[in-house]
Design a protein around this ligand. Structure first.
Ligand SMILES: [Zn+2]
Length: 482
């Protein structure tokens, strides 16, 4: 009895000592270390595994939770077996890029790529990383990626798990579509035996070598958009109107970019495809006179008259999924190509817009990069501090403001429009010298790239926008009409 009390007593004292040590450890640690440890994000996507629909669903939810400012997700629709076609919305900008993977079941390495890419985009935003001269945060202020990592969740599940993952009553039909084999590693179609990349309304009637009925590959269905998965993608593209689409497949390390592309668009589309090919090493597929249609990007290119790329991620591996041993090489090739696609989309969507004269004031709530022109690749002048600024023009999601150093373009994110009353109060305050605040904001100009915009890059702008910033700056104050 006595010894029991003593040992309990000793344990209590030991606990007290540990508590004191813990307290000392936390208080004596350098604060910067403690802060960075708390902020460093947990790595969510583990690429080197058989990446299932369930793992993807869990990771999408975790990514949206960890990066709520950047990533949102929703269901674009249901598969034939009621699985969700998740779409992640990544970014804050006006231009849309649609990325999708796993139209074909056995090509699910494309799902891993899109998931890893999403996490990498989020980390780049968090760490304020750069790609060449571009600040990725600025890119994400002007573009939103719509990412569907798994267009065909039923097919992927069948390919990875086999018959057991499906209701008994459907086993006979699935076996028949698979030529009697219980090995589903070669499966490409959805779980109804329809090849989803033969389902879109682009020359669907003349698709080459169709299977005569439901099959593990190449059956185009009874009509276009018969499969629920194709319907969901069709609706998503129509709702979001992407400027560029990339549809990832996995066989052959080649790049499709043309589908009966009209002559007027060939130069534009070939330029993006050539840059993408240079980054990834994927060989451009030469356009042919009578291409077989029905693919997602065949339809996208034809319907939207915008660039659509279809990269085949891996060397051919025959009728099975790409081995995970190929992952490192795929990631290396494709990691940065997403920035090329994003910046191209911003440029193309901005080319179509005109700058318009605008009156008003904003409160800039966060530091913002000051650009000379409303283009990601224009000269920049450092960061503008939070302050009140007068607005002179807008173009898409860019706004031009007056600073101490002249007119500058910023993203319209992270600021708030002032009401007429607020503007009146602000102008009154600025008229009274006693009440005037320290002039804040502008940073000394130090162009980081050539300040001369090329004639073509501003071709979509109104004549007013080609006026030099100095001309505009000297405009009469009477032009202000709050
Ligand atoms: Zn494919």
């Amino acid at each position: 009895m006595f010894s029991l009390i003593r040992s309990a007593d000793r344990r209590t004292r030991l606990h007290a000592v540990i508590l004191v040590l813990c307290f000392l450890a936390t208080t004596l640690l350098p604060t910067s270390f403690a802060a960075s440890a708390a902020e460093s994000p947990i790595n969510i996507v583990e690429p080197k595994q058989t990446y299932t629909y369930e793992i993807m669903t869990r990771d999408i939810k975790a990514l949206a939770k960890q990066y709520p400012e950047l990533i949102r997700y929703r269901s674009a629709g249901k598969s034939e077996y009621n699985r969700d076609l998740w779409v992640m919305e990544v970014g804050r900008g006006e231009a849309t890029v649609l990325l999708n993977g796993s139209h074909h079941a056995r090509e699910w390495i494309s799902t891993i790529l899109l998931m890893e890419m999403t996490e990498n985009i989020a980390l780049s935003d968090k760490n304020d990383s750069k790609w060449g001269n571009y600040r990725i945060r600025d890119l994400l202020d002007h573009v939103t990626f719509q990412i569907v990592p798994m267009v065909n969740p039923d097919g992927v599940t069948l390919q990875q798990k086999g018959l057991d993952a499906f209701p008994k009553k459907d086993h006979a039909a699935l076996l028949k579509m698979n030529g009697g084999s219980r090995n589903f590693k070669r499966w490409k179609a959805n779980a109804k035996g329809v090849d989803l990349n033969r389902q879109y309304p682009a020359n669907w009637e003349q698709i080459n070598n169709p299977a005569p009925g439901p099959h593990y590959m190449n059956y185009k269905g009874k009509k276009p958009l018969e499969a629920k998965e194709a319907q969901a993608m069709f609706k998503l593209a129509n709702d979001t109107k992407p400027t560029v689409a990339v549809s990832y497949h996995s066989s052959g390390e080649i790049l499709y970019w043309n589908y009966k592309t009209p002559a007027a668009n060939v130069k534009r589309d070939l330029e993006l495809a050539t840059d993408f090919s240079a980054m990834t090493g994927y060989k451009l597929v030469k356009p042919v006179a009578k291409p077989s249609g029905g693919g997602f990007n065949d339809w996208f290119i034809q319907h939207f008259a915008q660039p659509g790329l279809t990269p085949e991620l891996s060397p051919s591996v025959g009728e099975t999924s790409v081995p995970l041993a190929n992952w490192d090489s795929i990631w290396k090739k494709n990691k940065n190509a997403v920035w090329l696609v994003g910046t191209t989309a911003v440029k193309l969507s901005m080319d179509k817009k005109r700058a318009t004269e605008t009156a008003g004031w904003i409160e800039l709530k966060k530091e913002a990069t000051a650009y000379q022109w409303p283009m990601l690749n224009s000269a920049t002048f450092g960061l503008l501090a939070p302050d009140y600024y007068e607005v002179t023009r807008t173009k898409g999601d860019w706004i031009e403001i007056k600073t101490e150093a002249g007119l500058r373009w910023i993203s319209d994110r992270n600021n708030r429009k002032l009401s007429a009353d607020e503007i009146a109060a602000l102008l009154k305050e600025r008229e009274e010298p006693e009440a005037a605040e320290e002039p804040g904001g502008s940073v000394e100009p130090s162009p980081t790239t050539s300040p001369e915009p090329s004639a073509s890059s501003e071709s979509g702008a109104t004549p007013a926008s080609s006026a030099s910033p100095e001309t505009k700056e000297n405009a009469e104050p009477s032009a202000i009409t709050p």
